[in-house]
Design a protein around this ligand. Structure first.
Ligand code: 8Z2
Ligand code: NDP
Length: 295
């Protein structure tokens, strides 16, 4: 363990989409470092099983509520319930999302809305419901949103997701300034590929759909991210140790998005012998040009 196992003692953290994948991994990571965690999602059974599994290892740390974050009234009611039954939150992780690959020309308005409203409206409703309470009660708070490197690069075939994640990036920077005076910090993480069951079904459903975005060999580090690595970063941002960090989106992708096809990242696979050949060939071309110089 990188951090002390009690470093989040006294923290109470809401994780949306905490019943599966990355959200569940984060819930486990925070609970195993002493935090109390509330997880949200739309499937009670999935949430219940996740909480049970984590609690079996960490003690009674994880609680759950079935909430649709696209519905502002449900978010507000569930937030009021947390404050009443458990006490004030100290942190929120906007992690829930919807996504699938599709040619943009074929997307229906409802398809666009299913993705964009989950990511953008859901993060806004959740952040506002917690932030309003922190401000009213003079409490500090930390919000961390799970974005993706497409906020910088864009990505074809997942356009509503790229657009909505970019909007949450803008919310992060905007509220970091608006709420700094209250001691409320907003940051985000932009992970590269961390394979999870549902995301891979949505983003890599067939052999034909296997492309660089979901392939480990396209990551300069040659591997996918590990849950504990993402957990350690989110933990830092939720902790008091990061009290002067706000408005930041930190990429955690093993160099993935920088190794675009427009760079020479593909040369990573060249051997020393191939480099020597390349040097000889390039040198021959430059020697020939040099021999023709008049000045
Ligand atoms: C950097 C590198 C990183 C590497 C790669 C990793 C990058 C990760 C970045 C982000 C990843 C994620 O967010 S992954 C998150 C994956 N997890 C999820 O998506 C969880 C939540 N998902 C869901 O609830 C569902 O799968 C989803 C379909 C999205 C929404 O369900 P709903 O019940 O709300 O909606 P539905 O009624 O089923 O569908 C709404 C409309 O969408 C249409 N629709 C549904 N599926 C469709 C599809 N495959 N193609 C076209 N259209 C579709 C339907 O026909 C409906 O339109 P009409 O026909 O007009 O009515
Ligand atoms: N996996 C990866 O490689 C990457 C993931 N990310 C981001 O990480 C986050 C988690 O993704 P991942 O774990 O892979 O995917 P999952 O599909 O496992 O997680 C999505 C979660 O969101 C919940 N959710 C969806 N819609 C709603 C809603 N309307 N209200 C409440 N909860 C909802 C789902 O639960 P339910 O369906 O029960 O509501 C589910 O638990 C996402 O924000 C994703 O964009 C970013 C970069 C890379």
């Amino acid at each position: 363990m990188l951090y002390d196992k009690n470093c989040l003692a006294g923290k109470r953290i809401l994780i949306t989409g905490g019943g599966t994948g990355i959200g569940k991994g984060l819930a486990h990571h925070m609970a195993s470092h002493g935090a109390e965690v509330v997880i949200w999602g739309r499937r009670t059974q999935v949430l219940e099983e996740a909480a049970k599994e984590i609690n079996a290892e960490c003690g009674e740390k994880v609680f759950f509520q079935a909430v649709d974050i696209r519905n502002a009234e449900s978010v507000e009611a569930a937030m009021a319930d947390i404050w009443e039954k458990h006490g004030a939150l100290t942190g929120v992780v906007n992690n829930a999302a919807a996504n699938f690959i599709a040619p943009t020309k074929d997307l229906s308005p409802r398809g666009y809305e299913a993705i964009s409203s989950t990511v953008m409206d859901g993060a806004f409703f959740t952040t506002q419901a917690a932030g309003r309470r922190w401000i009213e009660q003079g409490l500090k708070g930390s919000v961390v949103s799970t974005l993706v490197t497409w906020i910088w690069t864009g990505s074809p075939y997942v356009v509503p997701s790229s657009m909505a994640k970019a909007a949450v990036h803008a919310m992060t920077m905007s509220l970091a300034v608006e709420w700094a005076r209250y001691g409320i910090r907003l940051n985000a993480v932009a992970p590269g590929p961390f394979p999870t069951d549902y995301a891979w079904e949505m983003l890599n459903p067939t052999e034909d759909s296997s492309v660089g975005a979901t392939q480990a060999d396209q990551v300069p580090m040659g591997r996918f991210g590990e849950m504990s690595e993402l957990g350690n970063l989110v933990l830092l941002l939720l902790s008091d140790g990061a009290d002067y960090i706000t408005g930041e989106t930190i990429c955690i992708d093993g160099g993935h998005h920088l190794a675009a096809p427009s760079t020479f990242a593909g040369l990573n696979s060249m051997t020393d012998a191939q480099w020597a050949q390349a040097k000889t060939a390039a040198k021959a071309a430059s020697d020939k040009a040099k021999a023709q110089r008049s000045v």
